[in-house]
Design a protein around this ligand. Structure first.
Ligand SMILES: Nc1ncnc2c1ncn2[C@@H]1O[C@H](COP(=O)(O)OP(=O)(O)OP(=O)(O)O)[C@@H](O)[C@H]1O
Ligand SMILES: O=P(O)(O)OC[C@H]1O[C@H](OP(=O)(O)OP(=O)(O)O)[C@H](O)[C@@H]1O
Ligand SMILES: O=C(O)c1cccnc1
Ligand SMILES: [Mg+2]
Length: 658
């Protein structure tokens, strides 16, 4: 039994092999069958001594963007380090491959390692661009072919995820915290773990995924679920109310303090204590007793059936809309690339409990902004939206009174418990909002906290954290920013981890040279023609420190020099050329694996995370903007251009007209 089998039989997917913590599912059989059948055919055709160069690259940036973050390199290196077919792998292949495979082939497989392979790569966490190989791998043809699928699976999702996360970070800005909440929605356990790891790489601040925290040393964070609030229905259910005063150590009744504050707060918040939920109060008190220094509460749970009925009688129009099949379809993002207002669908009124709105929110500069006006809504949606809007005396439309009241219940109970904790020497952390109009409710919450801070002389109340979650994506954040909000932290699950906007990055692995001879793969689609030969990649920078262009050259060419004019050519369009005089030239490849060893000091996850931000800073803003970003230029040297096109002509068959 080898290390891998030992560790797997011990029950762990990730294991410490002394040298590196490795995901146990990453092993040579994690590949497509055709790699192994090809290996046999290569072996049969006596190609064991052939050497090859493969390029691993993508053709298009994801998410309609113009950059990609390269991630997954460390996992690739770990894979090379441990590449070895175990005895049981060989037994399995003997049973599985077609009959007649010679025994010597299995012996050959049993002795294969990645010792003779050399892997070049750009640094993990660097921005990368279409057609510039992010990994270049050289070595015995059979082995480098066998590595294809596993390397692709390690790079594709990792890079997609890191890019997705980096985009969320860009739209959220650097001061807002981003938490990954996606494990429950991820594509299986391994997808969930990778999502947590690479969203951290891309710029998230933490994850709710505890195993990811343990394995990758990522900060783990979280609040609590609605279930906790709804598990209490009355104060009578509180088994304990006592908590130690932080300074005096004397046991005090937290509920008593909370009830007293709640009474006073009801005037400040304009919600009567009868209108707020007792179960919610009980749940919050009990949670505060469990976590007096980390009290963070969900404030949107409150849901009272009798009031739903009352709402129904108040809003027959809305209820009719919901019952008929005229309910508004889910909105598509508006044509300018992101959704405005409530255009991402559900919020435009198909809920019976009145959690919908066509609100006008107060923007940061206190101007009133009509979110309906710039929303690409359907007529049906607009009708329903209007029906549910409550207009205040000054003409400002807000959430339906019912929704506001129920949200105020959460705020009332939270504030009461937070003030009670304050009496006993503790500071609450904040709230989470998981439904409704997040822009409006966050402003309402902040306004409430400011009022409480002033009236109760608790200045720290101003600084309470407001976490928002609920089906958030890049467009929602952009829209919230436009509207103005007071959210300090987003908890993001589904859209982030499933990369819903684009679920795969199309990295490919193409043979570019065999036994020193270039190989080109032709295609009707020019974009798909491969760039033949063993190449080096350089990034040329302008005097202001921005990346100008990536340049591919034949390895035999001298690198571009600072201050010297370089002719950069579009790889396929003859007329597209430019001279560049770089102020700085970065050679993109480093040898990461050679002679059976990792040749570079590998950065920590934290360092890769920093690298992402540093690398993104070198990109001009117009390449990074979400709407119609400018494509970053990728070029080839004049020499490589001619080489590609000569080879192309040599390989393209000449048709015959008849
Ligand atoms: N101000 C806003 N601007 C744009 N989108 C928003 C805003 N507030 C919330 N959203 C988004 O609108 C959607 C609201 O979802 P939905 O209509 O299901 O309401 P909900 O509040 O989740 O209702 P429920 O809790 O009853 O399921 C979510 O995707 C949320 O991220
Ligand atoms: O919406 P996402 O971006 O996917 O983020 C994660 C979601 O998961 C939770 O909801 P869920 O309904 O699963 O559980 P809950 O009872 O804790 O709300 C949480 O409340 C978020 O809404
Ligand atoms: O901690 C949270 O609030 C959380 C965690 C996972 C999913 N939704 C919310
Ligand atoms: Mg939810």
């Amino acid at each position: 039994m080898n290390d891998r089998e030992l560790s797997c039989s011990a029950g762990g997917q990730f294991m410490d092999r002394g040298r590196m913590n490795q995901n146990g599912v990453v092993q040579p059989l994690l590949t497509d069958l055709y790699q192994i059948t090809m290996a046999y055919a290569y072996w049969k055709s006596d190609k064991t001594d052939d050497t090859a160069v493969f390029d691993l690259f993508f053709r298009n940036n994801p998410f309609h963007g113009e950059f990609t973050i390269f991630a997954g390199l460390e996992e690739c290196l770990k894979f090379l380090d441990s590449f070895h077919y175990s005895q049981s792998d060989i037994e399995y292949l003997k049973q599985t491959l077609p009959e007649g495979i010679e025994n010597e082939f299995f012996e050959y497989l049993g002795n294969l390692t990645a010792r003779d392979v050399t892997l070049f790569a750009i640094d993990e966490g660097t921005v990368a661009f279409p057609r510039v190989p992010i990994i270049k791998i050289e070595g015995p043809l059979i082995i480098v072919q066998l590595l294809e699928t596993t390397l692709l699976t390690l790079v594709n999702y990792a890079s997609l995820m890191a890019t997705n996360a980096a985009r969320y970070r860009m739209v959220a800005g650097k001061h807002v915290k981003l938490l990954e909440f996606g494990l429950r929605r991820a594509q299986g356990p391994d997808g969930g773990l990778s999502a947590s790891k690479y969203s951290y790489t891309g710029g998230f601040d933490g994850t709710s995924n505890v195993l990811a925290g343990k394995l990758f040393n990522i900060p783990v964070k979280g609040t609590h679920a609605h279930a906790y609030i709804t598990s209490f229905s009355s104060i009578g259910e509180l088994k304990t109310r006592l908590i130690k005063h932080k300074q005096t150590g004397i046991m005090e009744d937290l509920l008593e303090h909370a009830v007293r504050h709640r009474q006073m707060l009801s005037h400040v918040l304009d919600v009567s204590t009868e209108e707020s939920s007792e179960g919610e109060l009980a749940a919050m008190v009990s949670y505060a007793i469990a976590f007096p220094d980390g009290f963070m509460a969900l404030v949107d749970t409150y849901d009272v059936k009798s009031r739903e009925t009352e709402q129904a009688s108040l809003e027959p129009k809305l209820i009719n809309d919901i019952k008929s099949d005229n309910s508004p379809p889910k909105q598509k993002p508006s044509t300018n690339g992101h959704q405005n207002g409530q255009s991402n669908g559900k919020i435009n009124g198909h809920k019976t409990n009145g959690h919908q709105n066509g609100i006008i929110v107060q923007s940061k500069d206190t101007k009133i902004q009509d979110t309906k006006a710039n929303t690409a809504t359907t007529a049906a949606a607009k009708t329903t939206t209007t029906a549910t809007t409550t207009t205040t005396s000054n003409g400002t439309a807000y959430l339906p009174k019912y929704v506001e009241k129920s949200f105020r219940s959460g705020l009332l109970n939270f504030s009461a418990v937070a003030l009670a904790l304050n009496d006993l020497g503790y500071h609450a952390l904040g709230i989470r909002i998981d439904s409704g109009d997040l822009a409006y409710l966050s402003c309402l919450a902040r306004e409430t906290f400011e009022k409480v801070a002033e009236r109760f002389k608790v200045p720290w109340f101003n600084k309470l954290t407001i976490v928002a979650s609920n089906d958030i994506n890049e467009d929602t954040i952009l829209s919230l920013n436009e509207q103005g909000h007071k959210i300090d932290c987003f908890g993001i699950g589904t859209h982030l981890v499933t990369c819903q906007r684009q679920p795969a990055l199309g990295c490919v692995y193409k043979l570019v040279e065999i036994n020193g001879q270039p190989r080109i793969k032709l295609s009707q689609d020019v974009e798909k023609v491969t760039m033949p030969g063993n190449k080096n990649a350089y990034r040329l920078y302008s005097a202001d420190g921005h990346a100008l262009i990536d340049l591919l050259q034949k390895v035999s060419e001298p690198p571009p020099a600072v201050g010297q004019k370089v002719l950069c050519r579009h790889p396929f369009q003859e007329s597209k050329r430019a001279y560049v005089i770089p102020s700085h030239v970065e050679s993109l490849y480093k040898v990461y694996w050679k002679a059976g060893k990792i040749c570079q000091q590998l950065p920590t996850l934290e360092q890769v995370r920093e690298k992402v931000q540093i690398s993104l800073k070198t990109l001009r803003n117009d390449h990074k903007r979400t709407l119609n970003p400018t494509p970053y230029k990728v070029a080839v040297s004049d020499n490589l251009y001619n080489f590609i096109h000569d080879l192309w002509l040599q390989n393209a068959p000449i048709g015959e007209l008849s």
